[in-house]
Design a protein around this ligand. Structure first.
Ligand code: FMN
Length: 327
């Protein structure tokens, strides 16, 4: 039944299918906690060496974008996620880019041009509270961004609002500087802006920076060198979607590519970063993970944790439990 429903979903227009998938997840979590109000507390076996160590049930998480508004993270925990990156959340609510903005171009890929559709920090925090206490065994990292209307010169203020509104409600932050769908956002991937982020990042929980696979290797190495020296930054999330591959592989004028064709570049970025960051910083590998073997390769390249989005869309709800076995 589940397999049949999943294959039918993949025949629907992509954004509609995503919305139905999220609705089903919200039903799963509602039923689970209605029938059994006991909190979800699996044995926590992985310890992440961050400011206050984070304990996890495994190394697999769900990447940002799937639960943009913190509505279904408890359902994702029931499917096997050890952590969920909720967001990207922007300070003020915004609608994102016009539709259509999500495509399945083939080869196990997605191209998205969502543009941070978000309920904004206030609605996000309310949503978070609804299920937060029911899943103490799930680590929740808030992926924070800036509003489209905020100029890059004022971007720090938007990130500061994200930290302030959500500190105490989440286990860590991911600063998203790499979505290709918010004009000029990727220009913030600089040492100057990272210095500013480090000056406002909280000391109590870890903050990771999420970077683009379209950075050239020397720019990536230089940013890693900075992160290695900077106490307030726990490490990196590598990678976001690729604007360049969406254009070069599939001829898209807008949007970023995720899924299978991204894997080898994401793996290369993780491996470069592990060399340049040294052993102390934590690395979250994401991009094109398709099965347990590719998750294992991410681990071998130096990722402490790994995340999936597109693989989960194509492989269906059993995917997270398969990956949870990867040591
Ligand atoms: C539809 C869609 C929406 C996304 N939205 C976000 C987002 O809001 N913030 C973010 O940091 N990454 C976002 N991503 C990127 C993913 O978090 C991830 O970095 C990327 O998809 C590569 O992983 P994957 O190949 O497993 O999908 C999005 C990806 C997709 C497909």
């Amino acid at each position: 039944m589940v397999k049949l429903a999943h294959s039918l979903l993949l025949k629907l227009p992509p954004e509609l299918a995503h919305n139905i998938g999220r609705w089903v997840l919200s039903c799963v979590q509602w039923v689970r906690f209605r029938m059994n109000p006991a909190p979800w507390e699996p044995p926590l076996v992985v310890v992440l060496p961050t400011p206050s160590p984070i304990r996890l049930r495994s190394r697999v998480g769900v990447a940002a974008g799937l639960d943009k508004n913190a509505q279904v993270f408890a359902g994702l925990a029931c499917l096997g996620a050890a952590f969920v990156e909720v967001g990207t959340v922007t300070p003020l609510a915004q609608a994102g880019n016009p539709k259509p903005r999500l495509w399945r171009p083939g080869s196990g890929a997605l191209v998205n041009h969502m543009g941070f559709n978000s309920v904004g920090l206030e609605g996000f925090r309310k949503n978070l509270h609804r299920y937060r206490s029911k899943v103490p065994g799930l680590a929740i990292f808030a992926n924070i961004g800036k509003n489209r209307a905020t100029a890059n010169e004022d971007a720090l203020g938007d990130y500061r609002k994200g930290f302030e509104a959500l500190l105490g409600h989440v286990d860590g932050f991911v600063v998203n500087l790499s979505s290709p769908n918010t004009p000029s956002l990727v220009a913030l991937q600089s040492e100057a802006f990272l210095t500013e982020i480090a000056s406002v990042a909280p000391a109590q929980v870890p903050t990771w920076i999420k970077l683009s696979p379209d950075l050239d290797n020397s720019a990536l190495e230089a940013l890693c060198g900075f992160v290695r020296r900077e106490k307030r930054i726990a490490g990196l999330v590598l990678t976001n979607t690729s604007r360049e591959m969406a254009a070069e592989v599939f001829g898209f004028e807008n949007g970023g590519l995720s899924g299978r064709p991204l894997f080898s570049r994401a793996l290369e970025c993780v491996s470069i970063a592990r060399q340049a960051l040294g052993p102390e910083k934590t690395l979250i590998g994401v991009g094109g993970i398709w099965n347990a073997a590719s998750a294992r390769q991410m681990r071998e390249a130096g990722a402490d944790l790994f995340e999936v989005y597109t693989g989960l869309v194509y492989q269906g709800p059993g995917f997270l439990k398969t990956l949870a076995e990867v040591p």
